[in-house]
Design a protein around this ligand. Structure first.
Ligand SMILES: Nc1nc2c(ncn2[C@@H]2O[C@H](COP(=O)(O)OP(=O)(O)OP(=O)(O)O)[C@@H](O)[C@H]2O)c(=O)[nH]1
Ligand SMILES: [Zn+2]
Length: 373
């Protein structure tokens, strides 16, 4: 993605005349600040990882310094901190700076939340977890997630779960032409019972009176999913019941121990949290191999903020064609003199099907954004 990422500070940091009472003393630049990664946020308390991958690696708690009061710090942010960064019990460091973000996944105000919010920073991939059945896949919801990701300059991985219940062909055909990578997972019975620990919460083998040890199961192919996540920072979204927790537990075995992660500050269980949590993905040998950001509260995106031009950038071929569109062209079906239509009409026969799929998909995403579907 080109240029700097927009964020709240772009409009909030403007000097205001009314508020220009000079400070008696310029705050020091915090040159001694350390840098940490925000892995969790809960009511003004931030969990940070310091000295990632070093022998001194540690988790600490911090709060925002006063000068950052109006800036949102989110999961995935890299921040500068001062104060007691030992991580010892009872210590609380101070976040004094948010480092420049490489990406910002955001959602616009919707009925349940009146504010535009940044959900996650610095992620490079959005993983949309969708069940092939139970619950039925909803393509409009997938489209909306794709739009949010492309707007943020992120790649999209569509993870289709429960392939043991239904076929993935149709969804594959719908999304692969628009640059979405697709992985398909299924539940397989594990007669040895060796993978019992991999079972999802609420459905653990042996916990149900009708279960026998033959009912142990695991998710496959886990390696294929892991391969798509390694070396990246991925945000997972998905509706309740699609198997997202099952997948996270399988990929990050100690993610949410039996009782769930208990929040350091509130002591409440993980299941009550609605904010994103960054989990370190281990590779097959258990070495750190990327980040998985689970977003329990994010099930849809308000998309009013999305810029058509940004979305178009995710479609290189169409972006070039649309340069010939009239100013302000909506590129939607029926838009007067839209160059995309000329491109289809003038298509060589052998390219017609592929071009049509591209334009139709792009228009479907545009419509999903504006809510005209
Ligand atoms: N048949 C089948 N069931 C699965 C598969 N993956 C998960 N499940 C089951 O689907 C149900 C929901 O899975 P969860 O992992 O709890 O779903 P979730 O998306 O985390 O949903 P919430 O916990 O409500 O947010 C559980 O009973 C899982 O055992 C799969 O690949 N096939
Ligand atoms: Zn156009």
């Amino acid at each position: 993605m080109a240029g700097r990422v927009r964020d709240e500070s772009d409009f909030r940091d403007r000097p205001s005349k009314k508020n220009s009472r000079p400070r008696t003393k310029q705050r020091p630049e915090h040159e001694d600040a350390e840098t940490g990664l925000v892995t969790g946020v809960d009511r003004g308390r931030y969990t940070l990882l310091l000295d990632e991958d070093q022998p001194t690696e540690r988790t600490i708690l911090a709060m925002k310094a006063r000068e950052l009061t109006r800036n949102r710090v989110v999961c995935g942010d890299r921040v500068d901190i001062v104060g007691d960064t030992s991580g010892e019990d009872g210590t609380l460091a101070r976040i004094v700076r948010i480092q420049e973000r490489t990406s910002v996944l955001r959602r616009t105000a919707d009925d349940t939340d009146p504010y535009e919010r940044i959900i996650v920073a610095n992620a490079d991939q959005l993983v949309i977890v969708t069940a092939l059945a139970q619950p039925e896949p909803r393509t409009r919801m997938i489209d909306r997630c794709v739009v949010a990701a492309y707007d943020a300059g992120m790649d999209v991985l569509l993870c289709l779960t429960k392939a043991d219940l239904a076929d993935a062909t149709h969804l594959r055909e719908l999304y692969e032409p628009i640059g979405v990578k697709v992985v398909v997972t299924r539940r397989v019975h594990d007669v040895t019972g060796a993978a019992a620990g991999q079972a999802g919460h609420g459905d653990e083998p042996g916990h149900n009176s009708s279960d026998t040890s033959e009912d142990s199961w695991r998710i496959e192919p886990l390696d294929a999913v892991r391969a798509e996540l390694e070396g990246r920072t991925s945000v997972l979204v998905g509706h309740s019941g699609v198997g997202k927790s099952t997948l996270v537990n399988a990929l990050v075995p100690d993610a949410y121990r039996a009782t769930g992660v208990v929040n350091d500050v509130t002591g409440r269980g993980r299941h009550t949290s609605t904010s994103a949590v960054a989990l370190r993905l281990p590779d097959a040998d258990g070495n750190p191999a990327g980040w998985v950001i689970d977003t329990p509260g994010v099930r849809s995106f308000g998309l009013a903020h999305v810029d058509v031009e940004n979305l178009l950038k995710a479609f290189d071929d169409l972006d070039v064609v649309a340069e010939d569109c009239p100013r302000g062209c909506t590129h939607l079906d029926g838009a007067p003199d839209c160059a995309l239509d000329d491109w289809l009409e003038s298509s060589p026969e052998e390219e017609k099907a592929a071009r049509t799929a591209r334009v139709e998909s792009f228009r479907r995403l545009l419509a999903a954004r504006t809510g005209t579907v």
